[in-house]
Ligand binder design. Structure first.
Ligand code: KG4
Length: 340
């Protein structure tokens, strides 16, 4: 009998459900939340309410698009954390209620593991190209910046991570300072393509080992804008594209510097990326370029699988399910990685 997994993701501001049959994705429905735009960032209370509104239609759509009825499901995989607690409660409670009513198991998934395994999302009639183990994954999102060694689908080790802000926060902060709205990453990505990346220079952090820091570079941009705007109030507006290109380039240099070091230290040449920031065109081009130069096999998940989605949760859940893991129904979500 086929393993049919329903994946549910609700860790931040996207409500998503996906159906996976024996590892092949049949549907992946995502409802984003526009309500946060006007606040310039995700408002947790509003996010929970939108998840509550969206979860039933999103799951129904995912099942309908997959041509699957609830009775066909083998198990439900859901994001237990890390993320916003109120948001996680909606997906977790829904998974528990549906699992209990159908009499099928639930399987908890760490959201970050979903991003790590995004390269394993198989779509019907598309060529399969997956990293072999062990591989390095550059996990870059609004909440994380890590280099992770993935030893097999269920075991991984964080080799380095940010000691302060995530790289996605640096993108979002830059966009805010330039008045580009939220989330800022996609807007910076677009403008950077038209700008000169060598025009402005930002101080790079000196952090030992494979750890990252992105708080200093944000301040560096803030001071540049403050100093230049003092004698040219139109400075930011007139130089938007060059500022975006230079700032993005600096972030990519920091990310790649440590990734290259991790590849050298571990001797691993299988390199994947995951998380919202891995949608960035500049970062993707640079990983491919470094890959060609250094003999890496680079794996870039399709853009639709870089930001939060239930397809990656279903895939990670399927690996756990095949490993015989079942989650007790008294499970509660957790907001922090350390509690997982
Ligand atoms: O993984 P994600 O959807 O949510 C979590 O943080 O879990 O990542 C969101 C982050 C935001 O900071 C957003 O600005 C960034 O990913 N992002 C991008 C791009 N698309 C999304 N950053 C740079 N370039 C992009 N194209």
């Amino acid at each position: 009998m086929a393993d049919i997994i329903l994946g549910i993701e609700s860790s931040c501001d996207d409500t998503s459900a996906a159906v996976l049959r024996d590892g092949v994705l049949l549907s992946n429905v995502i409802a984003g939340q526009e309500v946060h735009r006007r606040y310039g960032g995700v408002v947790p209370e509003l996010a929970s309410r939108d998840h509550q509104r969206n979860i039933v239609p999103v799951v129904s759509d995912a099942l309908a698009q997959a041509g699957i009825g609830p009775a066909d499901l083998s198990a439900i995989a859901f994001t237990r954390g890390p993320g916003l607690l109120g948001s996680l409660l909606v997906g977790t409670s829904f998974a528990k209620a549906l699992g209990l009513s159908l009499g099928i198991p639930i399987v908890m998934v760490n959201h970050l593991q979903g991003h790590l395994l995004a390269s394993f999302i198989r779509e019907p009639e598309k060529p399969v190209r997956e990293p072999s183990f062990p591989y390095l994954c550059l996990l870059v999102s609004g909440g994380n910046s890590q280099i992770v060694r993935v030893d097999d689908p269920l075991h991984y080790e964080i080799l380095g991570q940010t000691i302060d802000d995530a790289v996605g926060e640096a993108f979002d902060k830059c966009a805010k300072l330039l008045g580009l709205g939220y989330p800022g990453g996609p807007a910076i990505d677009r403008l950077a393509a038209e700008g000169d990346p060598s025009r402005f220079h930002f101080t790079k952090p000196r952090i030992p080992g494979l750890d990252y820091s992105f708080s200093g570079i944000k301040t560096s941009l803030l001071y540049l804008l403050r100093d230049e705007t003092a004698h040219d109030p139109q400075f930011a507006d007139r130089n938007k594209a060059d500022l975006c290109a230079s700032f993005q380039q600096a972030l990519i240099d920091i990310l790649l510097g440590k990734l290259v070091r991790a590849a050298k230290e571990t001797g691993i040449r299988e390199v994947a990326i995951g998380g919202g920031v891995s949608a960035n065109s500049g970062l993707r081009a640079r990983i491919e370029e470094e890959g060609r130069r250094r003999g890496w096999n680079a794996y870039l998940p399709e853009r639709k699988f870089t930001t939060d989605n239930a397809a990656m949760i279903a895939v990670a859940g399927w690996f756990h399910y095949k490993n015989g893991e079942r989650t007790p129904f008294d499970i509660a979500p957790v907001s922090r990685m350390a509690d997982f």
